[in-house]
Design a binder for this molecule. Structure first.
Ligand SMILES: [Zn+2]
Length: 72
């Protein structure tokens, strides 16, 4: 079963059942208990962050930029 919401937050590649059985993807455990999956390509690219103990990605994309306030 494929969950369309489950995709790499860095490149939007969909995490398929086949990927779940393989070891290419890495999991990042969020403070709220959810798990963010990061594809193999992005995992390799962000390996330095993993080794440094930093978060690799946010579970969702960056928040929309704040709209500019009209000049008073
Ligand atoms: Zn990716």
């Amino acid at each position: 079963m494929e969950n369309p919401d489950l995709c790499c937050p860095l490149c939007a590649l969909v995490h398929t059942t086949a990927d779940a059985q393989g070891l290419a993807w890495s999991s990042q455990h969020e403070p709220d208990g959810s798990v963010t999956w990061i594809c193999g390509t992005c995992t390799r690219a962000q390996l330095w962050r993993i080794e440094a103990g930093l978060a690799v990605a946010t579970p969702v994309g960056p928040a929309a930029a704040e709209r500019l306030r009209p000049a008073a």
